[in-house]
Write a protein that binds this ligand. Structure first.
Ligand code: FAD
Length: 500
């Protein structure tokens, strides 16, 4: 059973073999870390080279890798873990690795679900989690200064108790993930309709480049001094620089939550109500639409497509937004608002995946954004493409985050194929779902990012021109390509890993 670790990474699943027998699964060049490099790293910060630590640091919550773990495999195996305590130590580690052309993969909570923190070419795992804690809270400007390795639950507990504020970034993985991981993956919390995604919350960053150069980006909101360099590093998944600290917006942690729930005849009708609410300027913190499959599975609501609404914040604004919501949902069936409390109470229970994996199920989620004008087609095409695969059991979706221009659709697929076909089904489902979604006008991801899992789709998602710009930025900032190679579809100087 998964045991939650407070302030430290939580392991996703038990290995099927002793740690000493765990091997690397992916066919990729492995860069040995020489004894001389290990000794130099040992001079600048805490390191670990024991087999238990190395195998644990070589995986995240990528569901495919969870299947591998049951067979004693990880995506790639780290040679050393470096655990810097501050940005000077990060810079020293990077200088050593840059001189020696050793890959460096940053890792926070290792809760990513796309294999982004897997050291696919071995080398150094740069464990960020010793750099933790609040530096300052400016309650007049409502700006937080925080170290990148701070875990979400620890951060929010301290902010609420000591300052009466919240960042408002509440991913389902808030207990599993760090501030640096949120920024590196361009994450979204469950209240993002009110507070925004992490890219909306960031005002400034402290970053260390591959050659050890340290820099600060941003600092004042809404500045006009060239392109926004914060946004260059947000979503870069450890490939362009290491984030050591951040300035984030915070908000008063006030008000009792208000809930409402509505039933609709079609998924389209429920989403269209959300579109109208948002386009009128109301942004209730949560507007989640479950298709009838997911609604019945989670809420026992039969054939209805269900909209859950939860709002927090200043009472005058909450009241106005709930009135707009009620007006736009007037013709829908009014359901018991307790449904929202039930979801809220269980929303962060992450114990199910380990049990399903052990039972032989293949389960994963695929989140993406699409404009409102394409939402119906994306929903139909992705579910149909996955259900057309042999062994497919279910493909369903909910709309998890919404904006005036469009929304995030969050698909779940599941199957229980024969053991030898599990990986094939997993890869085919991603292929079918991604090709269908891109063709129907969706983005590649909304908040889980790219990592290894989606790397192969990056060029078709971005186009040759944009992919070329991204590769140019990468080679300008990291000429030896040491930062998290094998990810984000970028050129890989160590040789593109062959996907199993
Ligand atoms: C059960 C579950 C629920 C989830 N729910 C959500 C959700 O609601 N919303 C959401 O957005 N995500 C969710 N996720 C995905 C995951 O938690 C997020 O992607 C999270 O932001 C990752 O943070 P982390 O600290 O665990 O990063 P890691 O997994 O350790 O790293 C992720 C990537 O970021 C890079 N990185 C980490 N720290 C740094 C740093 N300081 N500098 C540079 N690069 C860095 C790594 O190299 C890697 O590429 C969920 C995951 C699980 C397992």
């Amino acid at each position: 059973m998964v045991e939650l670790q407070r302030g430290a990474p939580t392991r996703p699943i038990e290995f099927g073999t002793p740690h000493g027998d765990v091997v690397s699964k992916i066919d990729a060049a492995n860069v040995e870390v020489s004894g001389a490099v290990v000794a130099r790293l040992d001079d600048v910060c805490e390191i670990a080279v024991d087999r238990h630590s190395l195998t644990e640091a070589s995986r995240d919550w990528w569901p495919l890798a969870m299947m591998w773990a049951t067979e004693g495999q990880v995506g790639g195996l780290a040679g050393v873990i470096a655990r810097p305590a501050d940005s000077e130590q990060v810079a020293a580690v990077l200088r050593i690795c840059n001189d020696s052309h050793v890959p460096v993969t940053a890792a926070g909570g290792r809760s990513g679900v796309c294999g982004a923190s897997v050291p696919v070419h071995g080398g150094v795992v740069l464990d960020i989690t010793a750099m933790e804690g609040i530096v300052d809270v400016d309650t007049e400007s409502m700006v937080l200064d925080v170290r990148a390795g701070t875990f979400g639950d620890v951060l929010e507990d301290t902010l609420g108790a000591d300052h009466g504020v919240t960042v408002g970034h509440w991913p389902q993985s808030v207990n599993l993930s760090t501030v640096g991981g949120w920024l590196a993956c361009r994450g979204a919390g469950q209240l993002s309709n009110r507070y925004g995604k992490i890219e909306d919350l960031v005002i400034g960053l402290d970053v260390v480049l591959a050659d050890g150069t340290t820099l600060t980006t941003g600092g004042n909101g809404r500045a006009s001094a060239g392109p926004d360099l914060n946004q260059l590093f947000v979503g870069s998944e450890g490939t362009l620089g290491i984030i050591t600290g951040a300035r984030l917006r915070v908000h008063p942690a006030t008000g009792e939550p208000v809930n409402a729930a509505y039933g609709f005849e079609t998924f389209h009708d429920a989403n269209d109500a959300c579109r109208r609410i948002l386009q009128r300027g109301a942004a209730p913190a949560v507007l989640r639409v479950y298709d009838n499959i997911e609604a019945d599975r989670s809420h026992g609501t039969g054939d209805r497509h269900v909209l859950l609404v939860r709002n927090v914040g200043d009472q005058a604004i909450v009241d106005a937004e709930m009135q707009v919501t009620e007006e736009e949902c007037r013709s829908a069936e009014h359901l018991d608002p307790q449904l929202v409390e039930n979801w809220w109470g269980h929303r962060n229970d992450v114990s199910g995946l380990e049990a399903l994996t052990h039972k032989g199920f293949v389960v994963d989620t695929m989140e993406l954004t699409a404009p409102w004008s394409a939402i119906d087609r994306v929903y139909e095409d992705v579910t149909a493409a996955i259900m057309a695969l042999p062994n497919a059991r279910v493909a369903s979706a909910h709309q998890s985050h919404a904006y005036p221009e469009g929304a995030c659709l969050y698909f779940t697929f599941a199957s229980r194929p024969p053991a030898e076909e599990r990986q094939r089904f997993y890869l085919d489902a991603w292929e079918a779902g991604t090709v269908a979604s891109l063709k129907a006008g969706a983005s590649l991801s909304h908040h889980h990012g790219v990592g290894m899992n989606r790397s192969r789709f990056m060029r078709s998602a971005l186009g040759d021109g944009a992919m070329g710009v991204l590769n140019s930025v990468k080679s300008a900032l990291d000429p030896h390509g040491i930062l998290n190679p094998g990810k984000l579809g970028l050129d890989d100087p160590f040789g593109t890993p062959s996907f199993p």
